[in-house]
Design a protein around this ligand. Sequence first.
Ligand code: GTP
Ligand code: MG
Length: 201
Amino acid sequence: MGNEYVNIKFIGSYPSVKKMPATGLPEYAFIGRSNVGKSTLINYLSNRKSIAKTSKKPGKTQMINLFEVDNAWGMVDLPGYGYAATSKTTRRSWMKMIYEYLEKRENLANCFVLLDSRLPLQEVDRNFLLWLGQKQIPFSIIFTKTDVLSKNKTNANIAKIKRELEKDWEFLPETFAVSSLKKTGREAILQYIESINKMIK
Ligand code: GTP
Ligand code: MG
């Protein structure tokens, strides 16, 4: 599949979807609460240490960051939602950025929503997923940080989140589990992206 190595280029940071270049390539967005591990996952998927900027503190990614992979598809690192410690105005402008990007980006192929595998389903995540459904934006779920708890606890918590989601959804979307730290889960996500790319072609 040639997934071992991907050739990634940083295209740019944009304050709004309107400022983004048209690439004509299928694009995959990574979204989730601040600090859930979006930027770290993008680095792991692309085998790069820090092409996407990461931080211990939430609120690191503040713009729409566009990357191009193998001259064939795009990855987008978005700011996180649900970060309480920033000002209301900032939070509002990040949400506007995220919502506008998701609603208006014509070449958006899929949105990966990252959920922390250690936590119960958060209200803000549940509502965000419902919004995606309402807008008919295709999405999948990635459970992050699976290295922190024991395997059993992680699996039990993921199962619990899924049961919660089944209260809202008749069918669950595709789900993945990753640890960017221990480097597990990459192949399944890249293969999934490749399969969508083929369908679009
Ligand atoms: P914002 O840009 O602030 O919205 O956050 P983000 O979702 O991009 O998170 P980021 O990738 O910056 O990671 C946040 C913190 O989580 C960092 O301290 C990472 O090292 C840590 N982290 C990310 N992925 C993993 C993982 O798989 N396992 C563990 N243990 N920590 C992780
Ligand atoms: Mg980030």
